[in-house]
Design a protein around this ligand. Structure first.
Ligand code: FES
Ligand SMILES: [Fe+2]
Length: 433
């Protein structure tokens, strides 16, 4: 099929086929997910040799595994014998080596073949036990940035730090906020399957205009709940977070959006310095370890959702990463991991969990609003009611910054920025990775 992305993506609008056409989805798997650095998981998910965590990179089933030499490996979850998945879905430990359940081929934790049953049967055959094609295939490239493990399925392309560009600072701040400078995944994973194309979710991350309309039922309920409390009651954290969506459009307009090359970006300036006891105890712990000046510098980084295109969204202030895994042109799995800041009081972690539960979990009061909107978009785009999707808001008003562009909070710049990167990946297999 001949797909010319320049005809589907224009500076201020995109054709509906980018969200609905299964052939374009397959091309995305090859040209975008098959080449970009994709978030795999965090090193703390595989603390001991033999520990594993299964996931998908694009359409490929993969496993992140701690090798006996301490390195983190990312392998295709496929036996070299007849192709069975070796490691069961989820996480756990394989012990000292992996053993396929079908015929018992065994592999070291870096994927190299350890042994096969009935070895004599292979004598004088073309099967070479030392040859790479009889080991489990590794992801072409694997790299870690401060414990966050990424992999690329393509052998060529920029290194991870170059790829991350302007959003590497979000991962830095994620870790710097820990008094001990490190984070770890804790509290399991929450999963949401969305009935929409993966790009609709990414676009929503910096879509400030939707908050007051889409979330009216939850922010109104939160405001009414607070008004029913005795006067002078400190506003509970849950209410602060949920009623924030009811801020007027002037509030969102004042925020700053940054869009970086390769589709990345973040939103800045949303949170006011908190004065509640949980936050104050955390700030005290950070100052105690890092000193007053350094702690102030760390806390001044005030970011809401960061976009690491096209695979994840770290939230530095409330320690979560949402991982976006496309399943089909109209199905997307979002996995939500919450992190513990090492050296911080336990209440800080409980607060991060609360944020995840209140805003992003499958049972939150906020997330279902978004899911309903995404689903309606996907259904509407499948109709004959029109061909184009508007990205016009504040088009042409962005300001250049190093490695990208900046705009006010109500601009659709982040969507235009992501589609610019998308078109670059899709144009051919050799550009923009
Ligand atoms: S398929 Fe794995 S050992 Fe045969
Ligand atoms: Fe929302």
């Amino acid at each position: 099929m001949d797909i010319d992305p320049s005809r589907l993506v224009q500076p201020d609008r995109v054709h509906k086929r980018v969200y609905t056409d299964p052939a374009i989805y397959e091309l995305e798997m090859d040209r975008l997910f098959g080449r970009a650095w994709l978030y795999v998981g965090h090193e703390s998910q595989v603390p001991k040799p033999g520990d594993y965590f299964t996931t998908r990179l694009g359409r490929e089933p993969m496993v992140m595994l701690r090798h006996t030499d301490g390195s983190v490996q990312v392998l295709y979850n496929r036996c070299a014998h007849k192709g069975a998945r070796i490691v069961p879905e989820g996480s756990g430990s394989v012990g000292k080596f992996m053993r396929c359940l079908y015929h018992g081929w065994a592999y070291h934790c870096d994927g190299t073949l350890l042994s096969v049953p009935l070895r004599s049967g292979y004598e004088d055959t073309a099967l070479d036990l030392q040859a790479p094609q009889f080991s489990v295939r590794k992801a072409a490239r694997v790299a870690s940035y401060r414990g966050f493990v990424f992999a690329s399925l393509a052998a060529d392309g920029p290194d991870l730090e170059t790829f991350l560009g302007g959003v590497a600072t979000s991962l830095d701040n994620f870790c710097d906020r820990a008094p001990d400078g490190e984070v770890e995944v804790a509290g399991g994973v929450q999963r949401v399957i969305q009935r929409n194309n993966w790009k609709i979710f990414f676009e929503n991350l910096h879509d400030t205009l939707h908050a007051v309309a889409t979330h009216e039922s939850s922010w109104r309920a939160a405001k009414e709940e607070y008004e029913s409390m005795p006067p002078g009651t400190p506003k509970p954290f849950e209410i602060v977070i949920v009623d924030g969506n009811g801020e007027p459009l002037e509030f969102w307009e004042k925020l700053e959006l940054k869009g970086y090359d390769r589709g990345h970006g973040y939103m800045e300036g949303i949170f006011t310095p908190p004065t509640d006891p949980v936050s104050l105890a955390y700030v005290a712990a950070l100052k105690d370890k890092q000193g007053e000046a350094r702690a102030d510098q760390i806390l001044r980084v005030n970011r809401h959702n960061t976009i690491v295109y096209p695979s994840c969204s770290p939230h530095t202030s409330f320690q979560q990463i949402r991982v976006i895994r496309p399943l089909a042109v109209d199905r997307t799995l979002v996995e939500i991991f919450t992190f513990r800041l090492k050296g911080a009081p336990d209440a800080t972690f409980q607060r991060a969990l609360k944020y995840t539960n209140v805003v992003n979990s499958p049972s939150s009061n906020v997330m279902p609003d978004d899911l309903e909107a995404y689903n309606r978009v996907q259904e509407g785009l499948g109709s004959d009611g029109g061909d184009w999707v508007s990205l016009h808001r504040a088009a042409g008003r962005e300001q250049p910054i190093e490695g990208g562009r900046a705009s006010n909070g109500n601009s659709e710049m982040p969507m235009r920025n992501m589609f610019q990167a998308w078109a670059g990946y899709m144009r051919d297999a050799g550009e923009a990775s």
